[in-house]
Design a protein around this ligand. Structure first.
Ligand code: GDP
Ligand code: MN
Length: 381
């Protein structure tokens, strides 16, 4: 890109930055496959909104935002969006977030006003639509406040900015604005915009995230984990090894064979009060080597406090699974819960016992134990 140009981050990247800085965002994650959309929607356990990740606004009107009440509908919507083009951009990723019913939508942004050579906050209680349109049709509904960069967003200035806002939202809006300022400075942005800031059950939620950086912003550790490659590395590696891996946002690693069984395992874990860190399907007939690679992917992801292995042996042999799990976990200290039934079960149990692991008998028992171990792990930190 040429010097002096700008980089518009995708919504999922902006949202990730907002979340890190403590700006409330709806629960969810970005996915690259219909199966992942389905798994995530099942995990969230309520209607979701699927949003095509392209670097332009107005996606709603262009058909890039879909509501899906069930996991099956989320899968279908993701299939329709992924690989299509929206406003000339190919859709490679879809953001899946919990659907909310906003009472109202507001507009908030912070940008570099080049003529005043000062950052400028813009606010409107009429959000969710194009701000240029609001400014044109009802300029009295847009307020603007400059912020001297060395002084920062003093509360008295923000009160002036939000003079058009409902009084009860003032503390929440001021808090979001201060955090947005921090994003602006910390990430060397030209523009940060939340449109809409949704009012949901008396609280504020950033339903959209637009972040534009100078393309010559200094690289720094604040950008870790935001690149396309980072988000895809584990998924791509699993695919090349013949497995399917989906990153979720909890702390219980899940490994199983067959999409149906893995999905059922996720459901049980969620019902037992736990949060899956991932969805890993080792596929059919996996040998020890592939199982080991699968466990290692979960270890490398780093967020699992416990691993729940649920395998139903058919073409897949329990002894191969046991060997792969035992080898991958040797000396790692990650607690594991294993349910292993079917082909070569006895040999599998023997291998596990030799490695110091005792399998559970049922999926329900396994889910309950995994959830308990994850909670213990959380307390130990
Ligand atoms: P944009 O059109 O590209 O700017 O995409 P946005 O993320 O701003 O979404 C457009 C509109 O979709 C928002 O202004 C909302 O009205 C609506 N929307 C997005 N997420 C949700 C949601 O979870 N629930 C509801 N009811 N509407 C949503
Ligand atoms: Mn928007």
């Amino acid at each position: 890109m040429e010097k002096g140009g700008k980089v518009r981050l995708l919504e999922w990247q902006g949202r990730e930055i907002f979340a890190r800085e403590g700006i409330p965002v709806p629960e969810g994650d970005v996915v690259t496959s219909p199966a992942a959309a389905r798994a995530l929607s099942a995990r969230l356990g309520r209607p979701v909104v699927l949003k095509a990740q392209v670097p332009v606004g107005g996606r709603g009107k262009a058909g890039g935002i879909r509501l899906a009440p069930s996991p099956a509908e989320a899968e279908e919507a993701a299939r329709a969006l992924l690989g299509s083009t929206l406003k000339g951009f190919p859709v490679a990723k879809v953001l899946v977030v919990e659907a909310v019913e906003p009472k109202a939508e507001h507009y908030l942004s912070l940008l570099l006003d080049r003529s005043a050579r000062m950052p400028l906050f813009l606010y409107s209680p009429k959000g969710g639509v194009d701000i240029e349109e609001v400014a044109w049709e009802s300029p009295e509904l847009v307020s603007k406040v400059h912020v001297p960069p060395l002084e920062g967003p003093a509360t008295f200035r923000l009160r002036r900015l939000f003079s058009l806002a409902p009084k009860e939202l003032l503390p929440g809006l001021i808090d979001v604005a201060k955090k947005l300022w921090h994003v602006f400075v910390h990430y060397e942005a030209q523009l940060v915009e939340i449109n809409p800031v949704a009012e949901v059950a008396g609280k504020l939620l950033a339903l959209d995230a637009k972040v534009i950086l100078d393309d010559d912003h200094s690289p720094g550790p604040q950008f870790a984990g935001l690149s396309e490659e980072a988000a895809d590395a584990l998924e791509g590696e699993a695919r090349r090894a013949g497995m399917s891996y989906v990153r979720l946002d909890g702390d219980i690693g899940i490994l199983g064979n067959g999409a149906g069984l893995v999905m059922a395992t996720l459901d049980l874990v969620v019902r037992a009060g736990g949060r899956p860190a991932n969805f890993l399907d080792i596929g059919g007939g996996a040998r020890a080597e592939r199982v080991k690679t699968g466990v290692e992917l979960i270890l490398r992801d780093g967020r699992a406090k416990v691993l729940f292995v649920n395998v139903f042996g058919g073409i897949t042999r329990c002894d191969e699974v046991a060997r792969g799990v035992a080898e991958a976990l040797a000396g790692k200290g990650l607690p594991v819960v294993i349910r292993l039934v079917g082909t070569n079960e006895e040999e599998g149990r023997r291998i596990l016992a030799a490695a110091g692991f005792v399998p559970v008998r049922t999926m329900e028992e396994g889910a309950a134990r995994a959830v308990a171990l994850a909670k213990e792990g959380a307390c130990a930190h």
